[in-house]
Ligand binder design. Structure first.
Ligand code: PA5
Length: 428
């Protein structure tokens, strides 16, 4: 895993950050690293997530999903941090077992998906740390009903991943469903490397040890200087660029298989750092597709953003047939991979030429190891940035507020947030 900050320096970018400023910031990075290491050593809430490469028991995950070895499809019912890590792996890696995710409660989408699936060949993984999230539990009730209507014994096809208490834990106990524990001290958006993110990958036959190996390698690169640690280089640079006006961070991987990763990153960055009037706004983009849409703004719009490129340096390629069609000869005989690389290099250079800061993250391949490295790197970068901003990275009061308000409005309990919504409602 490599991080290249060259195009974020103030010699080429505005807003940009000077090497001297980064060196000065490095003193704070050293302090933050010490704080992070103390948190990890004491398994403190949130910091414990950075220990998952060592603490996650992959044998336990594999044996919990063993009853679903025959599944042709895995359906994860969960939302936010209880879905996006698993989805990043599922959409990043090829498998003969299809993976679907029910996070939103859009009735048309839910019905269309359930109509399409062969539920008797599906393993259903219901994931909720709290065990109380309305969207997840409602979707699960709908899935269970669909299974019953299809004469599928849902208790044979369902397992849960949840905390020690809550409605979901009660349900698992009552029906003796296989259950995996969400580890203590690991907030949803930092849970990809735990039971939460890895169970679906295990059913799909992915090498979950390799995911953790990649993450482990990145954990070993954490050091008390941003000049020695790719994760801290990225976290510190984004913080410094934000302070200088790059309040938007467009995550633009050059691999179709990383499109969901950009969504995962957006949650990580927004929910962890968006506090006390601080935090960058993450935007999702995809190279080369968004060269034909968002790039116009990135190059010529306001100087209030940075672009983060992610690219694998190796990938399976596909040749472009030779052609004598006039004007297309330059494409024939080449490959789609070289074309994508050329598109990437042109975009990176064009942003640099117009002074727009950009950072490049490189992995060797989009495989289990590469995804483990990449996601751990960004989690550690996020924790570091949280220390530099001095925000509470591991809480999400605004998200919890919305959850309580929705439950209250639906009659799921007395929550003052719901009263506040009712009072402020302008609907007549
Ligand atoms: O990161 C977070 O804390 C959130 O995105 C949660 O993961 C999300 O709200 C789902 O919560 P739960 O796992 O309790 O159902």
């Amino acid at each position: 895993m490599r991080v290249d900050l060259g195009n974020a320096l103030d010699s080429v970018a505005s807003p940009g950050v000077s090497r001297d400023a980064l060196s000065r910031l490095d003193e704070r990075v050293a302090d933050a690293h010490e704080r992070i290491e103390t948190g990890r050593a004491d398994d403190e809430h949130g910091y414990a997530a950075l220990n998952l490469p060592e603490t996650t028991d992959t044998d336990e995950i594999r044996s919990a999903v063993e009853p679903f070895a025959d599944a042709e499809t895995v359906l994860t019912v969960g939302i936010g941090g209880s879905a996006l890590g698993a989805a990043t792996l599922a959409n990043g890696l090829d498998s003969d077992v299809d993976a679907y995710f029910l996070d939103n409660v859009d009735p048309e989408h839910v019905s269309a998906l359930l109509d399409r699936l062969s539920l008797s060949d599906t393993a259903v993984n219901v994931v909720s740390r709290s065990g109380t999230t309305a969207e997840t539990l409602a979707n699960f009730l709908v899935v269970r009903d669909a299974m019953e209507s299809a004469n599928v014994d849902w208790t044979d096809r369902t397992f849960v991943t949840t905390g020690e208490e809550g409605n979901l834990r009660n349900l698992a106990d009552r029906h003796d469903l296989p259950a995996l524990d969400v580890p203590d001290g690991v907030p949803g958006r930092f849970s990809m490397l735990s039971t939460v993110g890895l169970a679906c990958a295990a059913i799909q036959g992915h090498d979950i040890d390799a995911v953790l190996d990649g993450a482990h390698a990145e954990a070993d690169r954490l050091a008390g200087s941003l000049f020695e640690s790719p994760a801290y280089a990225y976290g510190a640079a984004t913080y410094a660029l934000d302070e200088r006006g790059a309040g938007i961070n467009a995550m633009m991987p050059y691999a179709e298989s990383l499109e969901t990763f950009a969504e995962w990153f957006a949650q990580l960055w927004a929910e962890s750092l968006g506090k006390d009037g601080l935090g960058q706004t993450p935007v999702r983009a995809l190279g080369a597709t968004d060269q034909h849409s968002q790039l116009q703004l990135y190059r010529a719009g306001p100087s209030d953003k940075m672009v983060t490129f992610v690219r694998p340096t190796e990938r399976a390629d596909r040749s472009i047939p030779e052609t004598d069609l006039p004007g297309l000869e330059y494409l024939g005989g080449g490959s789609l991979g070289s074309l994508l690389s050329a598109e990437f290099e042109a975009t990176e250079a064009s942003l640099a030429a117009s002074g727009q800061p950009n950072v490049r993250l490189e992995i060797d391949r989009v495989d289990e190891y590469g995804l483990g490295e990449l996601c751990y790197c960004l989690e550690a970068a996020c924790v570091l940035a949280g220390e530099l901003y001095s925000v509470e990275t591991f809480v999400q009061p605004a998200v919890e507020w919305g959850k309580r308000a929705a439950r209250g409005l639906l009659g799921g309990g007395n929550f003052e947030e719901a009263d506040e919504v009712a009072e402020k409602s302008t609907l007549t």
